[in-house]
Every structure is written in C-alpha cells, then in structure tokens.
Design a protein around this ligand. Structure first.
Ligand code: CA
Length: 227
C-alpha cells in the first residue's frame, strides 16, 4: 500500500514516513501543497495524509482540487488543535477523516488502516487465501500448504498486493506503484527482482506455481492450477 504525506514540518513528516515504512507502507513526502498535488496526480496512492496548514496551497484546497478532478483516494487530514473549525469537522464523513496534532503513532496507523478498510492489527479473521497460499495480515505471516514461509517486508508487500487481486493481470507499474515510493522503483527492474524472490520462496518447492508471468503484460497470482 502506498501513501503520500504532505507536511511542511520535516520533523513530523520524517517521523510519520519512518513509522509507516516500518509497517510495510511505501511512503512519499511532499513539503507543500503544489508538490503534493503534483505527486498525487503522478502516482496511484492508496491514501493521502494532508496537513492543513501548508505554505501556498493549503491542505483543504489541495483536497478540494483533487475532489473536483474526480479523485476519490481516501484522505486523512492533520490539523492543529486551534485550527479545527467547521470545515474540518465536516470532513469526518464517508472515507475522509482528520487527526489532531499532536497525535500518537498508533492512532495514525489505526486511522489509516480504517481508511484503507483493513482490519485492525489485533483483529482476528484477517486471512487472505489464494489456493493453498495463506496470508494472515494480523500476524504478518504467510503459509503455503500449511508451511510457514519467511518473507522480508517488501516481499510481503508485493505478495499482499498480488493476493488482494487474485487472477488479475497486474503490470509491473501497478505493482511498483503500490509497493515502492518514488525513491525506489522508477529506474529499476525491482518488481521483477522481488517476483523472483517470491517465486523461490513460494513456488519452488510446491507442486504447481501460483505466480504466473503474463508475457508482455505483467504478473498474475493464479487462484487455481492452470497447467
Ligand atoms: Ca504545517
């Protein structure tokens, strides 16, 4: 899952970026509203975290601009306690939410998970299944045919994206955009490299492969044996 943070205070944006990265999110940071708009229009983010008080275009204008352009990406607004007004309170409907500074990191994580409609980390029953492959998103564990598979965080993130879209052809760009931030994926074959790692861990010793290459298009995680 890829997130954009628009925040002009480097101390806060870095703390948020680092914390979310540790939880497996790909995070880009923009320092003002104009850059934020440019970033938001340049990649497929799963959610945006916008500070309201920004130099130039503020967070509310940025959100309004995106909404006017038809963007439906969930947005979490960050606001200082003394700037909460009716406009901000009015955001608290549907997919959008706001958080008052200062906030604790687990609170931010909980709000983002809620926006992404992911079950909370402690919650039971958050298991994704594709054929005999199982991912427990609460425990961050993966099993194939009941055998535990040890994945590194990026491998896990790529697999989670594939498992949330079984039987669909996903392009390298789609996979890259949802798993890496701008620092990583644009100039490299990093998606192919990570698919290679996953194949070795998930498919190599299994009776049939789940990760399929779709020539000229990308990859597909097959729910059933097709060969
Ligand atoms: Ca600010």
């Amino acid at each position: 899952m890829r997130l954009l943070v628009v925040e002009d205070e480097p101390g806060i944006s870095e703390w948020v970026r680092q914390g979310l990265t540790e939880f497996g999110y790909a995070v880009d940071v923009a320092e003002d509203g104009e850059d934020g708009l440019h970033f938001a229009l340049s990649a497929e983010y799963d959610a945006l975290i916008l500070d309201i008080m920004l130099p130039g275009m503020d967070g509310l204008e940025l959100m309004q601009t995106l909404r006017n352009m038809g963007h439906k990406t969930p947005i979490l607004m960050l606001t200082a306690r003394d700037t909460i007004d009716d406009r901000v309170k009015g955001l608290n409907t549907g997919a959008d939410d706001y958080l008052v500074k200062p906030f604790a990191f687990p609170e931010l994580l909980a709000r983002i998970n809620a926006l992404l409609r992911r079950p909370p980390l402690q919650q039971q029953g958050s298991v994704l299944r594709v054929a005999d492959l199982e991912m427990d998103t609460a425990k961050k564990s993966v099993k194939r045919s009941g055998q535990l598979i040890d994945l590194r965080p990026r491998e896990y993130a790529v697999l989670e994206y594939l498992m949330r879209h079984p039987d669909q052809v996903l392009t390298r760009t789609q996979i890259g955009e949802h798993v890496w931030n701008f620092d990583y994926y644009h100039e490299s074959n990093v998606v192919d490299v990570y698919i290679g790692y996953l194949r070795r861990k998930i498919d190599q010793d299994a009776p049939y492969p789940l990760i399929q290459t779709v020539r000229g298009m990308g990859y597909r995680l097959a729910a059933e044996e097709t060969t």
